[in-house]
Design a protein around this ligand. Structure first.
Ligand SMILES: [Zn+2]
Length: 395
């Protein structure tokens, strides 16, 4: 290339041959036969394509985890309970509640109670836990209460020493913490919860996970005027429960933070269902189930209309424990029969449309951590050393 201006190098194709032109005046000699170059390129593509596809599997993704405290599988899969909806001790106005949530068949009742679950999630995703159809899921811990349930789902193991709901830090490694240590997700994992103890279940400060629960300020990077308004409203409402704020605030904090900060992983923990059940208020328990379904729809629609999340997000939903049945419906715990029963649903990226699954299980809530790890493409081994299978995602 002696004497040529190297800044003006270009290729020239003429009659199947590639010439290289360097400089203003000089043509270099013939360089390559064009078709042989194409052959080489094709071979390179064939050789490297599987590696590219494998690398794609290690890509980052987006995950929205939603938990609904103490929502029974009975309401999720069969809608309003006939015995309870007609019980004037549990329901203030049975006629009004029947108008809202009573229909002739379980399929109609569950759809009117949770329309987003049954019109969208059931068509696009997978549901587990309808015991009437022999799909069984339950907690592995023996307490059937909340903190041990959240600990189990996030650490992937049961610690028999964890048996109450105190807001104390969980000393076991959890799957969100491991995600936050992965360079793809570092600094991009956030948690919002209604009930105080939820953030302690993931020991969020040591794990480096920003979290806000129970009347705390939002942990968003961008503190918008909308977030300030939500916080002000929460302060100005009766603090009806001592260690738990209403889910509407959890929803608003979460939605605003998703849209402004674009975290890759968020855990949103709702709790109204459990509180109204403990109050033996079947009206408000059903209402909470119904508006939580609408919160999930809104969160999904907002994410799918945002380029950061659209088509790249998996949504997984579960509960921390079940409840009793009949007169024991309001309660849960080791002495409440049936309160070990849980359920699971997933939809979005990477989830096959299996719909409501039947004749499977028993699955355990502790498999939830493995499910999160699978969705995020991270390696996670619980401290127990017991490597668990993901809950069904269809592949
Ligand atoms: Zn409870």
């Amino acid at each position: 290339m002696g004497g040529c201006d190297k800044s003006k190098v270009f290729f020239y194709v003429l009659k199947d041959y590639v010439y290289i032109c360097s400089g203003n005046k000089h043509f270099s000699p013939l360089v390559f036969h064009f078709s042989s170059i194409m052959k080489r390129i094709s071979l390179l593509v064939i050789f490297f394509l599987p590696l590219l596809v494998m690398a794609k599997g290690r890509e980052d993704t987006r995950l929205v985890v939603i938990t609904i405290d103490g929502l029974r599988w009975q309401e999720v899969f069969t809608g309003a309970d006939e015995e309870l909806i007609n019980d004037t001790k549990q329901v203030r106005d049975t006629a009004e509640l029947r108008r809202k949530f009573w229909r002739d068949t379980p399929e109609q009742r569950r759809e009117v109670l949770m329309p987003f679950v049954w019109n969208t999630i059931a068509k696009q995703g997978v549901l587990v836990g309808n015991r009437n159809k022999n799909s069984v899921m339950q907690v592995a811990n023996k307490t059937n209460i909340s903190y041990p349930g959240y600990s189990e789902m996030m650490t992937g193991m049961v610690d028999e020493a964890i048996k109450d709901n105190d807001p104390v830090n969980n000393m076991h490694r959890n799957v969100l913490e491991v995600a936050n240590q992965d360079q793809r997700y570092a600094g991009s994992v956030v948690m919002y919860g209604s009930w105080k103890s939820t953030r302690f279940a993931i020991h969020n400060e040591a794990a480096g996970i920003p979290a806000s629960v129970s009347y705390e300020a939002p942990v968003a990077k961008k503190q918008t005027s909308r977030l300030k308004l939500v916080e002000r409203m929460m302060e100005g409402m009766p603090h009806y429960w001592r260690s738990e704020h209403f889910d509407a605030f959890t929803y608003a904090y979460a939605l605003e933070t998703l849209m402004n900060d674009h975290p890759k992983v968020m855990w949103i923990s709702f709790g109204d269902t459990d509180e109204w059940a403990h109050s033996r208020n079947y009206n408000l328990y059903l209402d909470a189930t119904n508006y939580t379904d609408a919160f999930i729809r809104d969160l999904y629609e907002a994410c799918e209309s945002d380029r950061f999340y659209r088509g790249k997000t998996t949504y997984i939903i579960t509960c921390d424990h079940g409840r009793g049945f009949g007169k024991d419906w309001s309660d849960h715990g080791s002495r409440t029969k049936g309160s070990e029963a849980t359920w699971f649903m997933a939809f979005g990226k990477g989830v096959q449309p299996l719909g409501e699954t039947v004749n499977n299980g028993p699955f355990y809530t502790k498999q939830f951590a493995a499910t999160i790890a699978k969705v995020l493409g991270i390696d996670f081994t619980p401290e127990s050393g017991e490597q668990l299978q993901s809950l069904p995602l269809g592949k």
